[in-house]
Ligand binder design. Structure first.
Ligand SMILES: NC(=O)c1ccc[n+]([C@@H]2O[C@H](COP(=O)([O-])OP(=O)(O)OC[C@H]3O[C@@H](n4cnc5c(N)ncnc54)[C@H](O)[C@@H]3O)[C@@H](O)[C@H]2O)c1
Length: 402
């Protein structure tokens, strides 16, 4: 049976591993030993990947998680699914991809297909991944290189690996064909594009489109409040137009690994080719300022001072029904509230533990601010937690709305 290695067993890597393991023998390589141990004892850490499915694959000998680079040997296909964050200067940080390339180079002993699913700027597979692997390989191999950016939306049930259209392109026609053969075993809708750069750029633009439109409605929320009109009613009204309009919702800002991060990859590559990505820069500013704007609104509503007030931030995951807190706007909101003298705690039963401390009870606050509303949390319980509740989600009727 063809052996596939997936480097990185996070949201993307584990998802792809589980789907691929229906057709191939999959080795999931990760540096995190405790994650690997829990995966091998059939504990899934991803919403949408049931532990029972993992158990079935382990029992049938189709899936193994490992931290041992030697287990990468003899793979015929390697998929890279490692983080691509921003560094402290909010510039692309390819250090995880670099490390993944080095471990592939050191452990692959024949020509194979190498596919990158990590999100990065156009030119990453051609000008970064291929050269690094070639530089660190013990022998010269003519590997096939391709890109197939991941579009998984964790927690979503209507679109998954099988029915979400998947872009792909190889550096050579053979790489493109081999990539199609691989993904067609578990994806129904493959979309070939003319170059890896097009696929890489499309992925970045998908998330840039969302980031810019979210910033636009966040600005509209501020304009609407100043005008004394309801932003959500305005958006619902605009949404009755059957064409030429797409509705986005205002919020405390953007979170997760993609929307706050990917546009900066596009802005960075734009700068390198002499184009200023002005929309991306402005959208970043608007979204990153939302927590400060919200803290200011709450202060104004509470006799102009938050000094010593007990403020409970409800929902610190970056979106409903997931435990993921990466880049959550709750973090900036807590900082903005503390800057105004509030004593801040947080509640999120889905996240449970965050920054080493446990979720506080949903009760006994002077002020509650809803950043994310999980389905499991009742709006009535949120309303009972404090005499003043500010809702950024539009889901807690009776609270003060953004
Ligand atoms: N999460 C999403 O919804 C999503 C969607 C589309 C694309 N992406 C992109 O996919 C990529 C992976 O994202 P993710 O959400 O799966 O990240 P993640 O943080 O959930 O998982 C990444 C995993 O890679 C492991 N890792 C890091 N360096 C490694 C190395 N050198 N070798 C082996 N394992 C290593 C980490 O331990 C971790 O388990 C990123 O580029 C991201 O932008 C993510």
């Amino acid at each position: 049976m063809t052996k596939v290695c997936v480097i990185g067993q996070g949201y993307v890597g584990l998802t792809i591993s589980v789907f691929a393991a229906e057709h191939f023998y999959v080795v999931g390589f990760d540096l995190n030993q405790s994650l690997v141990d829990s995966l091998n004892s059939a504990q899934s850490h991803i919403e949408g990947i049931p532990s029972s499915k993992l158990e079935k694959l382990i029992q049938s000998g189709r899936y193994l998680a490992t931290t041992d680079p030697k287990d990468i040997e003899d793979s015929e296909i390697v998929v890279i699914a490692v983080p691509t964050p921003l560094d402290v200067a909010r510039k692309p940080d390819l250090s995880f991809i670099d490390a993944a390339c080095k471990v592939i180079a050191a452990n692959i002993n024949r020509p194979i297909l190498i596919v990158n699913e990590s999100t990065s700027f156009p030119g990453t597979i051609r000008n970064f991944i291929k050269p690094v692997i070639e530089k660190y390989s013990k022998q010269k191999f003519d590997h096939m290189y391709a890109i197939s950016p991941e579009r998984v939306d964790p927690g979503r049930e209507d679109f998954n690996q099988k029915n979400t259209p998947r872009l792909y392109a190889g550096l050579t026609p053979e790489a493109t064909a081999r990539t199609r053969d691989f993904y067609s075993t578990f994806c129904d809708n493959l979309v070939e594009v003319s170059s890896p750069e097009v696929a890489e750029a499309a992925k970045l633009f998908e998330n840039t489109f969302r980031q810019v439109n979210i910033a636009l409605v966040n600005e509209l929320a501020q304009i609407s409040h100043a005008l004394g009109i309801d932003v959500r009613e305005t958006l619902d009204a605009a949404g009755t137009k059957p064409y030429g309009f797409m509705k986005f919702a205002p919020s405390a800002g953007v979170g997760g690994h993609c929307i706050p991060v990917d546009p900066s990859y596009l802005a960075d590559v734009a700068e390198k080719v002499g184009v200023e990505a002005t929309f991306i820069k402005r959208a970043n500013e608007v979204n990153l300022d939302m927590p400060k704007y919200i803290a200011g609104r709450i202060e104004k509503d509470n006799e102009g001072s938050l000094k010593g007030k007990k403020v409970l931030v409800v929902g610190v995951a970056y979106k409903p029904n997931v435990a993921d807190t990466r880049e959550t706007p709750a973090e900036l909101l807590i900082g903005a509230l503390e800057d105004l003298g509030a004593v801040v705690s947080w509640n999120d039963s889905v996240v449970g533990t965050w920054h080493g401390s446990a979720s506080s009870p949903l009760a006994d606050a002077d002020i509650a601010v809803v950043v994310t509303k999980h389905d499991a949390v009742a709006a009535e319980d949120i309303l009972k937690s404090a005499p003043y509740v500010f809702d950024t989600t539009g889901k807690v009727k009776g609270a003060v709305q953004l």
